[in-house]
Ligand binder design. Sequence first.
Ligand code: ADP
Ligand code: MG
Length: 789
Amino acid sequence: MVKETIRVYARLKPLGRRQQAGIYSVDDEKSASSLEITVPRDLADGFVNNKRESYKFKFQKVFDQEAKQDVVFDSIAKPVAECALAGYNGTIFAYGQTGSGKTFTITGGAERYSDRGIIPRTLSYIFDQLQKDNSKVYTTHVSYLEIYNECGYDLLDPRHEASRLEDLPKVTIMEDPDQNIHLKNLSLQQASNEEEALNLLFLGDTNRMIAETPMNQASTRSHCIFTIHISSKEPGSPTIRHSKLHLVDLAGSERVAKSGVGGHLLTEAKYINLSLHYLEQVIIALAEKNRSHIPYRNSMMTSVLRDSLGGNCMTTMIATLSIDKRNIEESISTCRFAQRVALIKNEAVLNEEIDPKLMIIQLKREIQELKDELALVTGKERTSQLSQEELLQLDELIETFLEDNDPESTLDVEADMRKIKYCFTYLKNHSKISDGKLLSHHNCEEKDTSEEAGREELKKMKELLQQRDNEINILVNMLKNERKKAQDALFQLNAASAGSISLKQSHSTNLEESQNPSRFLSLKEAKDLSSSVQRLSFISRMKEVKMSLGYQEAFEVFKQDHADSITIGDNEQLLKQRFAEAKCLGEKINEVRNKINHLKGKITQRHIQRAALAVSNPSEVLDTLDPVEEKLRTQIEEEKKSYDTMFNRLKGLKVEIEHLQLLMEKAKMKLQKDFEAWWTEEGTNLQIQREKTELVSSPNTTMVYPQFIKSSQHLLANSFSETTRANSNEDLSGRNNSIIFNNPSTKIRTSPSSSTSIPLTGDSQTDADILAFIKARQNILQKKGLGKK
Ligand code: ADP
Ligand code: MG
């Protein structure tokens, strides 16, 4: 950023033949010049100031009458052109009254080549420099704007043959959200060399001249801004620099009062003064400290030159002075204006921007270069992924590091971002697993094929296997128990049928004493149970009963006959097989891992041996490949392959096992549901039967449970009939807590030889529950085929 005040120069026009010179003196000092103007006595009274006689103004430099165009260019324009070439914006504007030499200074005289002004000289200089500089690619454009009566005109519009200024395309000002000024309709003409640029300047000047009529005198009353646009870019760099160099020929600064014109011309003069008046206001505002608002927008000219005044620009002003006696007053006025301009500070910044497309191309190239360099330094191509071997090595390194209790131990994985990232991922996963159930250091890395994962899988599967083994054992034991109980039941029933024990006793004593209480419920227990569930509704009591041993027992038997239990059993077998396979695979994987480690150890040994050989025998060339090492590496590769195969199989097994487990879970749930449905249905049936029986049974003591009877018939048809026959002469009626056969009061059709009524607790609800229990048991036995025996 370059921060500096606007440079102000003065140029005195040579006096014409008939002109009378004013009194002035130029004082050249080292870094600045001063111009002292003395007001002649005959003028002092009237126009200027009757008290003071001389005025002294400071300039960067004062160019006296004889100063030539080349000198002016070198001092004033060349430094600005250089800045424009470097990427800074620049402005040179000429300010002065009409006829003071503004156009002569900016554009030049029409007669002699040596009279060329700043514009052609600057163009020539710039294209010269561009040609010399091969380090950058430049593009140059020019635009030529004329502002007349607050209207902008494009002097370079090639489509238009202007006969009047008003016929030229009108240029308007646009402001973007960042308050940058854009000129709409102002054409930017590319000029690739000096000739093209000069042609464009000539075209613009011609248009301006043609458009000028004796009536509008546009050349003196309009502002002209010739702009050179330069963009530069170093080959391969994404940075582009843009700069604008405005060369401005302002309208005459003379006062309206003095111009002495009226009508149409007066309007023009007003305009001229108005826009210069606004320029002055802008300059005053800029010179004031802490002034926040600068009235740039008041006129088109100040808007266009906004950046040149108090903005991002290196600006230079040339005050052109007609130093003849008649123009002293205007000259002093011009100088005063120049003094104010000299106070304005501008901040020129380098106009650089980055082309994203070029940036991408450049970065891609850079990446490739770095990759090449890396390959050159390390001797091997670096891919984005680490090899299996590298991963294995890393795993080992990390393990060693984790197991090392030395607080100063370090994990050295070279300056390789891939490895560093891998370590972080490994440690992250490790810490996650540690937070969970497994606290071992030997946890698996997510999905890669490292042996850690294999070990982890094995451990999990072993645990599952153990769990399943336990489950199977339990099931087998239950099966055994069930068989034993069934045999016991058979034995007991046979004994009953042999008539060795009276039915009365069988309920009051025998069953109580000799049978497993979980198998057959004694009457006493039945009573206990009935009293405990007495006040509950049937369904809710069924839920209570669910927890009882009988319920569980019923379930176990139900389960065995259920079609799904075969599927479950098959799956259990399959699962067992798979676990065994997984276990075996895990062991094999461990073996292969150990082999790989062993081979790696051998390679390391080989390295040490060869290094030792190099020390003892330096003539030995160690650059050659070691065939032993090569062989070891091949072996590792082969082991790695089988490791991968096994590991993948293990992974497949894991999926299969999980699936099987899910299937079993589902089948078990279905079984449970089916059983519950069956259990409830049986209970409900019993309830209905009980209600029916209540309606028809004796109101006194005896109750008949047809469902039970029916079941008994199915279950124990032969044995009970025998029992009946054997005990037919016993009078059991009227006895509480006894089973009565052939109850004469029953109207329900029963077996011709047997019917059973059970006077239990006397509470119908409780009795029903107990009977439900007994019935369930009988059904179980029936299911098992015992009833048919
Ligand atoms: P302005 O543009 O300020 O109205 P011009 O540049 O048109 O004034 O100058 C008016 C006349 O003076 C022109 O004929 C021009 O050639 C002549 N002139 C101006 N400055 C010089 C100079 N430094 N040397 C020779 N002739 C000059
Ligand atoms: Mg002029």
